[in-house]
Design a protein. Structure first.
Length: 319
């Protein structure tokens, strides 16, 4: 089979779009937490509604894309339960206890964890510029969100943010692996489907706190969390890692805490200091730098399922 066509420019644009939408998602979700929506329940709502959207669309338009190989179900379960359910649960739990920017700074250690995994476990030779750009983006985020004042931090929240970093790295790696064999819509439908199954078992739907969505404002925020904060950005990121290695898409996605701080200015009346602005410029510089690093592109790719057959391979029905 010929190699799939890759467009790095499209991949960077999609990753940046996802980061922008996720940045707004955090600010609006915080309003829901303030109105007593449990973080686990918001993560459940996000997964179940996204599954209904993706699976329903595929069932109507291209039902064949719902077919996957039975031997791939284990890896897809890791993507859905550990990656999607895990990152949603830990992220929402963290921002319920921490400032949004602080939680995002810790979460974005995920790209560094992913690079370490590729280097130490898969023995990849990664270009030095990629490490430098990832480090710069992390330093920039650190100053943007003012994480240099740790004395007032909630350490349970910090632990939850580290959980978000680990599961974010797993999500990126697993979604790139799935993309070697399956279309983005297939990956999303199965990922959110398995994530939803996890949440329905652990948090039954009949006990969902619908009273926390009783106001029109909270219903609007919840609608954004599902559509603008989940369906659209996850579709963008899953498609992005078909054109870019997950490690690079993740570095571009570190725009999220920068945009999150910018959006918090009008939404939460949080003005940016000169140090925060300087940190934002560092992150933007790292994003530009990473786009100039071309030599290690193949070395950064996640290994495919099984023998590493490509996404163009027709999927077989689960039996």
């Amino acid at each position: 089979m010929p190699a799939p066509h890759r467009s790095p420019k499209l991949g960077y644009a999609l990753a940046a779009t996802a980061a922008t939408l996720w940045a707004l998602n955090g600010s609006l979700a915080r309003f829901l937490f303030d109105d007593h929506m449990p973080s686990a329940r918001l993560a459940e709502m996000r997964s179940v509604c996204a599954f209904v959207a993706f699976a329903g669309a595929l069932a109507i338009v291209r039902p064949k894309l719902l077919r996957v190989r039975r031997r791939d179900l284990g890896r897809l379960t890791i993507l859905g339960v550990v990656g999607l359910a895990g990152v949603n649960a830990f992220y929402f739990a963290a921002i319920a206890r921490l400032q949004i920017g602080v939680a995002l700074t810790v979460q974005y250690l995920g790209p560094m964890m992913l690079l370490l995994w590729l280097k130490l476990v898969h023995r990849r030779r990664l270009p030095g510029g990629l490490w430098s750009a990832a480090g710069l983006s992390l330093v920039g985020c650190f100053f943007v969100v003012r994480a240099y004042h740790p004395g007032a931090l909630d350490w349970v929240g910090i632990a939850e943010a580290f959980g978000a970093a680990i599961t974010f790295a797993i999500y990126l790696f697993s979604s790139e692996q799935a993309g070697h064999r399956y279309a983005p819509a297939t990956t999303l439908a199965w990922g959110f489907g398995l994530s939803s199954l996890f949440w329905i078992v652990t948090e039954p739907l009949w006990s969902f706190p619908f009273h926390t969505l009783s106001s029109p404002r909270d219903l609007a925020f919840a609608a954004y969390v599902v559509i603008g904060g989940t369906v659209v950005p996850f579709a963008c990121m899953i498609t992005a890692v078909r054109h870019l290695p997950a490690s690079r898409a993740a570095v571009v996605a570190t725009l999220e805490p920068v945009f999150g701080a910018l959006l918090a200015w009008p939404i939460h009346d949080q003005a940016l200091s000169p140090v925060q602005i300087a940190g934002g410029l560092v992150v933007i510089g790292a994003i530009v730098w990473i786009q100039t690093q071309r030599s290690g592109l193949e070395a950064e790719l996640a290994p495919g399922y099984g023998a590493g057959r490509l996404a163009a391979t027709p999927p077989a029905r689960v039996e």
